[in-house]
Design a protein around this ligand. Sequence first.
Ligand code: SAH
Length: 351
Amino acid sequence: MPFLELEKAQLQNELAELKLPSYRTGQLRRWVFARKTFDFALMTDLPKSVRQQLAAHFGSILQTTTQVRDCASDSTEKLLLALPDGQQIECVLLRDNRGHRTACISTQVGCAMGCVFCASGLGGFVRNLSRGEILEQILLLNSLLPKDERLTHLVVMGIGEPTLNLDALLSALDDATASDGLDLSVRRVTISTVGIPNGIRSLAKSVANTGKEYKLAVSLHAPNDELRTKIMPQNRFAGIAEILSATDDYFAQTGRRVTFEYILIDGVNDRQKHARQLSALLKNKTAVVNLIPFNPVLELPFRTPPEPQVRRFASLLESGGLQVKVRFRKGDTINAACGQLRRNINKIGGD
Ligand code: SAH
């Protein structure tokens, strides 16, 4: 099995089968996670024969090929990765002047949710990513940083619906947050979901078992079921009331304030009445609303509202008693919104 597919205990077993002492597990994890080294040959505190044995057994540590590394002046860097079966995924590194180094990762190839404003789902759903494929994105983004820097935050906001690939994701996050892994703080890991109540409940259950209280973000994007079902067809299976009841449970379980993401699309969900409805909906929740101006997608007819309109919407929510953050997106210039690089590159390639 590829190296990164193995959880720590599995790696331990595999090394035992190779007749290697158990302390090799710790050495290997230090190289891969702390020293950002993905080549057995460079692991100089292992005897040369062991390095050769590991290389022969595992092949290469990384399974993906970086096809495009797209850098922009606004400190966003995006990787387009080819998977062993030729599929492609995207992940993004965001840096800000507060010292935050945030990885944004994908959990699936394509997406089945069909949100009408999102580029990720345009080509449909292909498959889930494995634990190793998810972990590899995190490691690669971490390795883009200088030697003495490492990721401080992780957001699961790339391509795909994380709650539909929860086991693989949580297994990868275990290593991202392990003290002998990447040692990211659990509190700085955010999982964003389209809002599948059963998925949210499964996550809550896992949190109860492991104590890893990841931050939950829900892509709400509309304040009533009629509009939400129009722009997020998944909503017809479980509407807003069910989603909110599941997020209430998550809050009760973790004590962690839930974030509701709300993209503002000109003329679609950004009117005064929408702000009023949203305020009423979330009034008694311990929650924060993240307002995100729509990021234009080439094939799609939607537009970004002018900035004053965004600010007006935000202040309407605030006067309705909600906590609001406006997130002006970074990385537009490099197709950093979901699924865009993958599509644009393939179009250039002639599909
Ligand atoms: N499936 C999960 C994870 C994707 S996260 C979810 O729905 O939350 C990506 C976030 O970006 C989601 O909130 C998604 O709705 C939002 N998004 C998708 N397309 C966008 C666009 N063109 N502009 C702004 N936000 C967008």
